[in-house]
Ligand binder design. Structure first.
Ligand code: GDP
Ligand code: K
Ligand code: MG
Length: 290
């Protein structure tokens, strides 16, 4: 059978998390239109017993355009990517194509790369064709696939392209596993996603979520989590008028968690103020940022 690692790489908002979720048919990575939504590396396994196991990795927004020429950063991106058997270089087709090309070319990757043009639902077919021709001609491009991660279109073609490049081998993980991260992690992420989706710039970047309790009780799962913010004013915004906002976060998160766990959930959220948690090593560690 075929087994190996595939890293998804691309500029912030290219659609890496959306693609990972679409490929796995499960919502593992949180999605928002804000950059740096993804703080951790998320691995997801796509297994067809006896046929293949593809281990996908969603990389956090490693690259910020302003750091494009930053040597050290390039090194870490490069080594992270070459850790894999195949790299997916994901491009938002509406983005500056030349800039994406420069970025990929500067990495001088030795690992086989599939250039994936995403968000084809947003442009005309002729634009897609021209972009495919442009990237297809580049030396780092082993294969080119055009998709819409959001509409889940042409994902089979992408899977096919990956399998052609993946080595023969035994599976690395159990065939029933979807990921190597604990369920608790995903629960926290789903709560965090709602904060990203419901609030403006300040709140999401100053928030962390900590899941304290995760207990099965009869037919119900009881989850208690803290939302950590830096200031009282942020706490007040999160709570909202008469508790309107925190209720909304809770309802939306619970619906997602129930869909993910396929079980009824009782979700209890508390908001805690921890000044400067983002600069505190111990707190960062406690909230899962090593
Ligand atoms: P990441 O930063 O690369 O992980 O990007 P995300 O997966 O968080 O997506 C960024 C934004 O692009 C979100 O608003 C997505 O809904 C949107 N997006 C992702 N894929 C597509 C696509 O194929 N079509 C369209 N129209 N939007 C997409
Ligand atoms: K994003
Ligand atoms: Mg992401």
């Amino acid at each position: 059978m075929k087994a190996g690692f595939v890293n998804i790489f691309g500029k912030p908002n290219a659609g890496k998390s959306t693609l990972l979720n679409a490929l796995l048919g499960e919502k593992l990575a949180i999605v928002s239109s804000k950059v740096q939504t993804t703080r951790d590396r998320i691995k997801g396994f796509l297994t067809s017993p006896g046929a293949y196991q593809i281990i996908f990795s969603d990389t956090p927004g490693i690259i910020e355009p302003k750091y494009k020429l930053h040597e050290r950063m390039m090194h870490s991106v490069k080594s992270a990517l070459e850790d894999a058997d195949v790299a997916i270089l994901l491009v938002d087709i509406k983005d500056d194509l030349e800039e994406n090309h420069q970025l990929f070319a500067s990495l001088r990757l030795k690992v086989p790369c599939i250039v994936v043009l995403n968000k084809t639902d947003t442009v005309k077919a002729t634009v897609v064709e021209a972009a495919a021709k442009f990237f297809g001609a580049q030396s780092y491009c082993k294969k080119i696939v055009t998709i819409s991660a959001l509409k889940e279109s042409n994902l089979d073609a992408l899977k096919g392209a990956i399998l052609e490049l993946l080595p023969e081998g035994d599976p690395f993980y159990s065939e029933d596993d979807l990921t190597d991260l604990p369920t608790k992690f995903f629960v926290g992420e789903m709560i965090r996603e709602k904060i990203y989706q419901l609030f403006g710039d300040e709140i999401p970047y100053h928030s962390a979520v900590m899941v304290n309790e995760f207990k099965e009780k009869d037919t119900l799962i009881k989850i208690q989590a803290d939302i950590i913010v830096q200031r009282e004013t942020q706490k007040a915004i999160l709570i909202g008028e008469g508790g309107k906002m925190i209720k909304k976060i809770g309802t939306l998160a619970r619906e997602d968690i129930e869909a993910f766990l396929q079980q009824k959930v009782f979700l209890q959220l508390f908001i805690k103020v921890r000044p400067k948690w983002r600069d505190n090593d111990q707190q960062l560690k406690e909230y899962g940022y090593y």
